[in-house]
Design a protein around this ligand. Structure first.
Ligand SMILES: [Zn+2]
Length: 395
């Protein structure tokens, strides 16, 4: 049983030593329609006889039971653990206590977001490999060796790091195709930021990745392909989800949202888009009504405004086409609400990733960037309309 926290920055970012380039990635990434029915084959690579399955009640009734049946046919025993509520230390410790004497060979975490992060933490404490089965492509959490932990009330608390990435990530695109369009679109918002944030870190020798290392060219190349894939196939993939079909566009975009974005952020580094997204969660109305990737989309436009980047309009038009927020009102925020604006700015400035930007980031500059991004978004919405945004948010 593990009890010590793992702190990668202490290893990779030592004083008086040149910070090395480090790339981490999941050991295996498996994606395709119906792959969940073959999970027993994939698990044979890590040689398991008895596995824990962590899922919400809904997830257990759907994907969890499918996995249990598949494993049974290969004489692998399963122990169910119902994830209930927040990815908090209270919930995590509860499962560690319940599964501690089960002699598991691995833990399979099934779900959209929180059961995935909780599963990594529980598996680390149980000292067993974790296998992730994402049921949404709405975020880049499945492939990374870190979790965001929350208080039991749901406030963003801390990031926990692990020495190993998931042993396996198994993405069944039939499950993703059957989920709502809004989740895939939010995942594209999270994924497109990856390239613009990694690019900043690559070009700023003082910027570090989440594990305290310098970005590799490999992870930045992955982030760039991620962005190109979304521009080219994003709209078609959203159409595929609306029609509930697994086509080539959906396969490409699911890989971009999950694998390319995951490696891209973890080994490429973050800049301003993510600190803005996390700062938006300080406002209850935004936190409750919007998905992480939707907040990252607005954060990306704010980062590009601060950089005065040539791509800002292209990115805003792309977001408008797939239905991501491009101006503050589309996150239920008024730019004249100075209390909310001040809270967001103050929170973003506290995030060290914001200071990976090449220029000094001050409250005044952030406010100006938020207003510039908002103005651009309003202009693009006037030109391109907001039909996609209204469709995505009406369901
Ligand atoms: Zn993210």
């Amino acid at each position: 049983m593990q009890s010590e926290p793992y702190l990668p920055a202490k290893i990779f970012n030592a004083q008086n030593v040149t910070t090395p380039r480090v790339m981490v990635a999941p050991q295996r990434y498996i994606q395709g329609p119906g792959v969940l029915n073959q999970i027993h084959r994939y698990l044979s690579v890590i040689d398991v006889g008895r596995v824990g399955i962590l899922a919400s009640r809904r997830g257990m009734a759907a994907e969890g039971n499918r996995i249990i049946a598949t494993l049974k046919s290969s004489h692998i025993d399963s122990v169910e653990a119902i994830f209930d509520g927040e990815c908090s230390l209270v919930e995590i410790e509860k499962h560690v206590a319940a599964l501690g004497n089960e002699k598991l060979d691995c833990l399979i975490a099934v779900g959209g977001g929180k059961p995935v992060d909780a599963g990594k933490s529980i598996a680390y404490r149980l000292d067993v490999p974790v296998v992730i089965v994402p049921t949404l492509a709405s975020n880049d959490a499945p492939c990374s060796a870190l979790s965001v932990l929350y208080t039991p009330e749901g406030a963003n608390d801390a990031v926990e790091f692990y020495p190993n990435n998931p042993a396996m990530v198994v993405v069944d695109t039939e499950i993703i195709a059957a989920a709502g369009e809004r989740y895939l679109v939010a995942g594209m918002g999270d994924a497109l930021a990856t390239w613009y944030e990694a690019r900043v870190c690559l070009n700023n020798s003082k910027a570090l990745t989440p594990i305290g290392a310098r970005p590799t060219l490999a992870s930045c190349a992955i982030a760039e392909v991620c962005a190109r894939t979304l521009f080219e196939y994003g709209q078609a993939a959203a159409q595929a989800v609306i029609a509930n079909v697994c086509d080539d566009a959906l396969e490409r975009v699911v890989e971009a949202n999950t694998l390319l974005s995951g490696i891209g952020f973890e080994s490429g580094g973050l800049a301003l888009a993510h600190p803005m997204a996390l700062a938006f969660t300080q406002i209850d109305a935004i936190h409750h009504d919007y998905l992480h990737g939707e907040m990252v989309a607005m954060g990306t436009l704010i980062q590009l405004a601060l950089e005065d980047a040539a791509e800002a309009a292209e990115v805003a038009h792309f977001f408008a086409r797939i239905g991501l927020p491009i101006h503050l009102a589309q996150l239920s925020l008024s730019p004249t609400d100075t209390t909310a604006m001040d809270t967001i700015i103050e929170s973003a400035l506290k995030n060290r990733n914001a200071h990976h930007m090449p220029m000094s980031v001050t409250a005044d500059k952030l406010r100006a960037a938020m207003l510039d991004a908002n103005a651009l978004g309003l202009q693009v919405a006037a030109e391109a309309g907001d039909a996609a945004y209204r469709r995505v948010h009406s369901r």
